[in-house]
Design a protein around this ligand. Structure first.
Ligand SMILES: Cc1ncc(COP(=O)(O)O)c(C=O)c1O
Length: 439
């Protein structure tokens, strides 16, 4: 089918290349294209729409604002007060809420990362940062400097910032004998420890270690809890600021309020994507002992998005009122069991992993081009009316990023379509073996 294309499109436009439909409206889990065709949205703005599209609680909160303040820089507002009072008790800090500080950033997640890196440098007086293979933290020069993808770095990075990349435990693609969770964890920790403690390591103590408790763009890879705990301990030992980027993993996506909840406390946590209830917002949160910067150390025009604060407050209240964390856990159980069964029924899938409604379905790494296989499955899904994305190494991971409030019926619809799509691709492959590197 020939799809329309806008003549003014930039060459850097990305998602619409494989999902070329022109959409005209949306409701709940569904998008509708301009021909009225309905699509199940399992991409949801890269996980931003935690309650799906146009949730009544968010719509009514926005409609309830009369004479809204459209922009207020960082002048104080009632909307901000209400939002902050709802968010503070949910943050992954064990201290009292009045010991937590929030800094609202420019409206993209990347600016929260820029702010966190800056604050760590100010706090420690050091300049270096440790980041991880598979990381993605945004497109600004600071956030890009700690993001690992060669593609993104090669096209846009102008500064060689003082960043050291460390391996992130990813047992599925680690070489033997490190291809189990325990061995991968041990290997990565030993590497880190040697860099920090060997006085001939060649690497100075960093200001910060930045990590996603569960990597998103890297391929939906959860960090083992043991790894995060030891990382925390090493940061404490060496006076390093631990920045947890929860931009994608936070706000219930992993089945807890944050990916780190119940595992470790950050020094700084970066929050964005879903926090504005679908409107742009980004912020960092930290304990008051980190609050060492000075007025205007991190500014920006659009830091006081009132609609985002109003919608974000409604979002947080709805997740609580509708007990959606329990729904995330229940849907995870349903879907991960079914996905593992599907994986057993095909030669295409190498691993199913993840937490909550943040799952990764990785095509067998032994294929010559696992990304092509994943893309073919995605195309079959779209033909069945389901929008989803691939990511991770070689684009080989089908990423589940659906709303937190999906029902078991919606999950079932997705699972059946996925099973069918995989089987169709499998039947149409020349043969699983001819595509495999080492059959
Ligand atoms: C973990 C993580 N950090 C940072 C970002 C950057 O956020 P934004 O695209 O809003 O700048 C993303 C975006 O996908 C992300 O997943």
């Amino acid at each position: 089918m020939q799809h329309e294309k806008f003549s003014w499109e930039s060459g850097a436009r990305s998602y619409s290349r494989s999902v070329p439909q022109i959409f005209s409206r949306a409701e709940g889990c569904h998008l509708y294209d301009r021909n009225g065709k309905k699509y199940l949205d399992f991409l949801c703005g890269a996980g931003t729409l935690l309650l799906g599209h146009n949730h009544p609680a968010i719509v009514s909160a926005i409609q309830g604002v009369s004479q809204p303040i459209m922009n207020n820089l960082d002048l104080r507002t009632e909307a901000e007060e209400k939002f902050a009072n709802t968010l503070l008790p949910l943050l992954p800090f064990s201290c009292k809420t009045d010991e937590i500080r929030l800094h609202f950033c420019g409206p993209t997640g990347g600016d929260a990362v820029e702010a966190a890196l800056k604050l760590a440098v100010i706090k420690t007086g050091r300049r270096g940062v440790f980041a991880f293979s598979g990381s993605y933290h945004g497109m600004g020069q600071g956030a890009l400097s700690v993001s690992s993808s060669h593609h993104y770095r090669d096209v846009g990075l102008r500064v060689q910032a003082d960043v050291t990349f460390l391996p992130y435990p990813y047992p599925y693609r680690f070489p033997e004998p490190y291809n189990t969770e325990a061995a991968a964890t041990q290997f990565c920790l030993a590497h880190l420890e040697m860099l920090l403690e060997d006085d001939h390591s060649g690497v100075s103590l960093p200001a910060a270690i930045i990590i996603e408790p569960m990597q998103g763009e890297g391929g939906n890879i959860p960090a083992p809890p043991e790894f995060l705990k030891k990382l925390r301990a090493m940061c404490d030992k060496h006076g390093i600021v631990l920045i947890l980027d929860e931009i994608q993993s936070g706000l219930g996506r992993c089945g807890e309020w944050f990916g780190c909840s119940g595992i470790v406390e950050p020094d700084i946590v970066c929050i964005s994507k879903g926090i504005g209830g679908g409107f742009p917002m980004a912020l960092i949160a930290f304990k008051q002992d980190m609050n060492v910067w000075h007025p205007a150390d991190h500014i920006g025009t659009f830091r006081g998005q009132q609609y985002a604060m109003t919608a974000g407050q409604a979002l947080l209240a709805t997740i609580q009122n509708e007990n959606l964390l329990a729904n995330v856990k229940a849907r995870h159980q349903q879907m991960s069991a079914a996905l593992r069964d599907i994986a057993k029924d095909t030669a295409l899938i190498g691993q199913v992993r993840g937490r909550g409604l943040y799952m990764g379905i990785e095509v067998d790494k032994n294929f010559e081009n696992p990304g092509m296989v994943a893309k073919s499955i995605k195309v079959e899904m779209l033909a069945r009316g389901i929008v989803m994305e691939c990511g991770g190494r070689q684009g080989a991971v089908l990423r589940v990023l659906c709303p937190l409030n999906i029902t078991s019926d919606i999950a079932q619809t997705f699972l059946e379509a996925l099973h069918e799509s995989i089987k169709t691709v499998e039947q149409n492959l020349p043969s699983a073996k001819t595509m495999a590197k080492a059959a």
